[in-house]
Design a protein around this ligand. Structure first.
Ligand code: ASP
Length: 314
């Protein structure tokens, strides 16, 4: 059994073996994308609810596409259209979902711990699609998949994560997953966006961008999470771009085969210049494609799919 769990809530709780096992299945699903018929019937008759209580475009569409490609029945539940507007609590929602006997819940929420809470009170599987600044496990997995496609084994590879580390669930899921796979993770950003204690997770902290990107194999560039800032942690977008923005000059200083990632949505010309975002060293759309495959793999495995059975299917 690849996944020894009912839910996927974060990469903190997953072992290196589980991560690699999921990525192996995701690679098999990736192979389906190039076929004329891109769906497989493995989730026929099962119902997945997508419960998004925070804005999302990419992740929501990606989950929906993954579920459709697995032939699941889908219900989309967006908080702006739901009873949350009328004051319903997460607990009431959970009880209603439980009464409807769904098979799986995908949840995006602005509060850290919301997915854990729902996983505890519901019998069905829960996948965390991002909970506040805490974790975004499917983003972590798709980032790692994209890195492994280019670099193979990540042991000893230098991955530099740049930007708003303190508010970033993407950074946290990357850190847990990458350190478990033996990558050397460097974190870089303004001191006002760097929480304490991350060196204890085995990361190197570097405030100087030139030092941080030196010898890096990958740059993973984070969005400034303006919606999570209570006060501004940097003087202006222009100042941030000058100090920590990934520009063509920065890219020129990288190792020959190093590449640039971004989870999206991008603040162009703040954390990444448009030239780099559209340039030859970025792999952003590969990340998007891998996201669908990773989500297919998780849904398949959590619903009891047999990894061996994919030989003929995927
Ligand atoms: N889309 C990612 C997330 O939901 C990254 C971001 O929003 O900056 O965390």
């Amino acid at each position: 059994m690849i996944l020894q769990r009912k839910d996927v809530l974060g990469l903190e709780e997953m072992s290196a073996e589980e991560i690699l096992g999921v990525l192996d299945i995701a690679n098999q699903f990736r192979a389906v994308f190039d076929r004329p018929v891109r769906s497989v019937p493995v989730m026929r008759g099962r119902t997945v609810v997508n419960f998004f209580h925070e804005p999302s475009t990419r992740t929501r569409i990606s989950f929906e596409l993954a579920e459709k490609r697995l032939s699941a029945d889908i219900i989309n539940f967006v908080s702006s259209e739901s009873s949350f507007k009328k004051g319903e609590t997460l607990r009431d929602t959970a009880e209603n979902l439980a009464a409807m006997k769904i098979d799986m819940l995908v949840v995006r929420h602005s509060s850290a711990g919301a997915a854990q809470y729902l996983a505890r009170v519901l019998d069905c599987s829960v996948i965390n699609a991002g909970d506040g600044p805490h974790e975004h496990p499917t983003q972590g997995l798709l980032d790692i998949m994209t890195m492994r496609q280019r670099l193979g084994d990540l042991r000893g590879k230098k991955v530099t994560i740049i930007g708003d580390i303190s508010h970033s669930r993407v950074a946290r899921s990357n850190i847990w997953g990458l350190t478990k796979l033996g990558a050397a993770v460097t974190l870089c950003g303004p001191p006002t966006m760097m929480p304490g204690g991350l060196d204890k997770l085995g990361c190197t902290i570097e405030y100087d961008l030139a030092q941080a990107v030196k010898d890096a194999d990958v740059l993973n560039v984070l969005r400034i999470q303006l919606e999570r800032h209570t006060s501004r942690s940097f003087p202006s977008n222009r100042e941030y771009h000058k100090m920590f923005g990934i520009t063509t000059d920065v890219v020129r200083s990288l190792k020959k085969n190093a590449f640039v990632m971004h989870p999206g949505p991008m603040n162009r010309d703040v954390e990444i210049s448009s030239e780099v975002a559209d340039g030859p060293r970025q792999v952003i759309l590969d990340q998007v494609a891998n996201g669908v495959a990773v989500r297919m793999a998780l849904i398949y495995l959590l619903s009891g799919g047999d990894p061996g059975a994919l030989g003929g299917t995927a």
